[in-house]
Design a protein around this ligand. Structure first.
Ligand code: KIV
Length: 273
């Protein structure tokens, strides 16, 4: 089912023009209520495949499906009036061929009404991104630490520590920068290299664990709100401790129900006479 695009919001083209300007503010959102809360404060909301780990308790993002991304993309679109919405292409939905990537990207655009898609990969994905962007699909690139490659990388670790890794990232940044992508996420990359890549590429860089040198920043909202408590990576600043507050609210509720203090008279319907 096709969803009409919402008018009046920040476009990928506008994000593209924000190089060397005001820092680009981005967060993840997976649901309508969260999108409503974050929208006014963000230039870009990402329906990240991190939702597999954050919402569904998966070990990695590898098991996330296109149908999951479509469902959450639609939910987020119901909550936005301002931000540019980008939906992640999940693992397996774009690597096989540029034609498969195009077909799945079109499903994301048509079935969610989002503004753009994101896909992970450096020089090896540049041709696919060019195929998509020249056919009307705006693409946000993603280089550096790439969570969908956790199995081949042997885990999650920051990159750019060796000359070889740095050279590969320079090639990745250059290829994605000239592929037609409107911006590129740089994840888990050492500061000096992130700074160099930001100066090197024409499109804005959006950093996550890639220092303040990037043109914009993104965090997983649940991480920065203190909701996703299992592990806090070094690059996350917790702006609140909502997890603790939820636990406390649940504890208070349970105590009051057990003591028959809730519901009180003010929460109870009385028969109208
Ligand atoms: O899936 C995600 O949330 C992401 C961001 C961390 C950039 O890709």
């Amino acid at each position: 089912m096709s969803v009409p695009a919402k008018q009046g919001r920040i476009t990928p083209k506008r994000i593209r023009s924000m190089k060397d300007g005001q820092p680009i503010v981005c967060l993840t959102a997976y649901t309508t209520p969260m999108a409503r809360l974050l929208d006014a404060h963000c230039d870009l909301l990402l329906v990240g495949d991190s939702l597999g780990m954050v919402l569904y308790g998966m070990e990695t993002t590898v098991s996330v499906t296109l149908d999951m991304m479509i469902a959450h993309g639609r939910a987020v679109m119901r909550g936005v009036k301002n931000a540019c919405v980008v939906v992640d292409m999940p693992f397996g939905s774009y690597q096989e061929s540029r034609e498969v990537a195009f077909r799945n990207a079109v499903r994301l655009l048509q079935e969610t009404g989002c503004d753009a898609v994101k896909l992970e990969g450096g020089e090896e994905m540049a041709e696919t991104i060019a195929f998509l962007t020249t056919r009307g699909v705006p693409v946000l690139g993603h280089i550096g630490l790439m969570p969908q490659q956790v199995h081949t990388a042997g885990g999650y670790r920051s990159v750019g520590h060796s000359d070889e890794e740095s050279a590969k990232l320079r090639r990745d940044a250059s290829a994605i920068g000239s592929s037609g992508a409107f911006a590129v996420v740089i994840e888990g990359t050492v500061e000096t290299l992130a700074r160099e890549l930001t100066a090197q590429v024409e499109v804005p860089t959006i950093g996550i664990g890639a220092s303040s040198a990037c043109d914009g920043q993104i965090l997983v909202s649940d991480d920065m709100l203190g909701l996703f408590n299992d592990f806090t990576p070094r690059f996350v600043k917790r702006y609140d401790e909502l997890g603790q507050r939820v636990r406390k609210a649940a504890e208070d509720y349970a105590r009051e129900v057990r003591a028959r203090q809730f519901p009180g008279p003010e929460h109870t319907f009385k028969r109208r006479s």
